[in-house]
Design a binder for this molecule. Structure first.
Ligand SMILES: Cc1ncc(COP(=O)(O)O)c(C=O)c1O
Length: 384
């Protein structure tokens, strides 16, 4: 019998800790019962730290995209002008959602693999009149880039203090630090299946007071994604519609795990995994897609020719039981992506790097044994 467990190193969905799996099978509770109210109260008091907010966080029963759409349909009025930073497949998602509605959409294109350039973005904004909201990813998962969120937030508010700054944190919240007021973020959204170590199925929307006000006055037609309903229900630790109860039971356990490890230590672990992988991949003569400044703590992308990348992905899966991700859209066949968020650890980086040493040694007919592991261990101990 083949007993070796598979290792899932994709940038979402990610592995589920056994304690969380157990919590999700604790048994169903009524979503209109006091058990659920207590559960939601507990979740609310613990989840705010991960968003860096004191405000409540709405929980939707749907995937991350619903939270992106909820942010748009609640915060933008018909005919208002908005700016969308597009630097990859998920920026594209924001643009596509925006273009579905009667908004005046201005797109700031960033070359895929690069972070938003502050000077150019300032000029882009200054050339426009009355941009009411700016949308950006924190981490553009398809390119493994983190944008300079703090500086972008400042720039948005310098342009106009009433312009909202909305951030897609789907592959970032829980894996890197956020401070909504310090970073001038009015709305921060995420999904369950990435750093939050849950199965896919719930999404989160955090809004500050200004954004909540804007949402309450918005005249755009919407029903399931009307965020006002969710915040109103939260006043009683409830949800407007039947929630994904089991996932919320799992979430309570996830938040306990954050407390046990320490939130700062979790962020530190993500940075260490990034540093180990980057060092190891370079030692294997791979070119990284993203420079040091914009390298994400949750996902890393590396380049090679299409044939080698296809071979690596296949050999990792078939011979080593390790799943990683390919490139999306214009980066398909050009990069591979390794996720390092949530229930993943430095030892998992050593496992994937040692498998890559074997695969590249065999494929290139050159000995790489020990190279990536040495570089990764040096990076690990340097960063302690
Ligand atoms: C940054 C980012 N935004 C949005 C999404 C979309 O989330 P979902 O697939 O859960 O709808 C993803 C999914 O990978 C993502 O990485």
């Amino acid at each position: 019998m083949y007993m070796e467990p598979n290792l899932l190193l994709t940038p979402g969905p990610t592995p589920i800790p056994p304690q969380v799996t157990r919590a999700m099978s604790d048994g169903m509770i009524g979503h209109r019962s006091s058990d659920f109210t207590a559960l939601m109260e507990n979740v609310q008091s613990n989840i705010k730290t991960l968003f860096g907010t004191d405000d409540s966080v709405a929980v939707l029963t749907s995937s991350g995209t619903s939270a992106l759409e909820a942010a748009m349909v609640n915060l933008v009025q018909p005919d208002e002008s908005i700016a969308v930073i597009v630097s990859g497949a998920f920026g594209d998602r924001f643009r596509n959602i925006a273009q579905t509605y009667p908004f005046d959409v201005h797109v700031f294109e960033v070359p895929w693999g690069e972070g938003a350039d502050l000077k150019s973005f300032k000029k882009f904004l200054d050339d426009k009149e009355n941009i009411r909201a700016v949308f950006s990813q924190a981490c553009e998962t398809s390119t493994a880039v983190v944008h300079p969120i703090h500086s972008l937030g400042k720039l948005v508010k310098d342009y106009n203090k009433d312009t909202l700054f909305i951030v897609d944190g789907v592959s970032a919240v829980g894996g890197m630090k956020f401070d909504m007021s310090g970073d001038a973020i009015d709305c921060l959204v995420t999904g369950s299946q990435k750093a939050l170590m849950l199965p896919p199925g719930i999404a989160f929307v955090a809004m500050n007071h200004t954004a909540r006000e804007r949402a309450s006055q918005n005249t755009l037609s919407r029903f399931y994604l009307d965020i006002n309903r969710y915040f109103k229900s939260l006043e009683e630790n409830s949800t407007p519609f039947t929630p994904a109860v089991s996932l919320i039971q799992g979430l309570a356990q996830v938040l306990e795990l954050y407390k046990e490890e320490g939130v700062e230590q979790v962020y530190e672990r993500h940075l260490k995994m990034r540093n180990m992988l980057r060092a190891g991949l370079k030692a294997l003569d791979f070119e990284l897609l993203v420079d040091e400044t914009h390298a994400s703590p949750t996902v890393t992308a590396f380049k090679s020719d299409e044939a080698e990348l296809a071979h690596i992905k296949d050999a990792l899966k078939k011979t080593h039981g390790i799943t990683i991700a390919g490139g999306q859209k214009q980066l398909k066949g050009k990069i591979l992506r390794i996720g390092h968020m949530g229930y993943m650890f430095p030892k998992d980086m050593l496992t994937v790097l040692s498998a890559l040493e074997a695969i590249t040694s065999d494929y290139r007919g050159k000995k790489y044994y020990g190279r990536a592991l040495t570089a990764a261990q040096e990076a690990y101990y340097e960063s302690i």
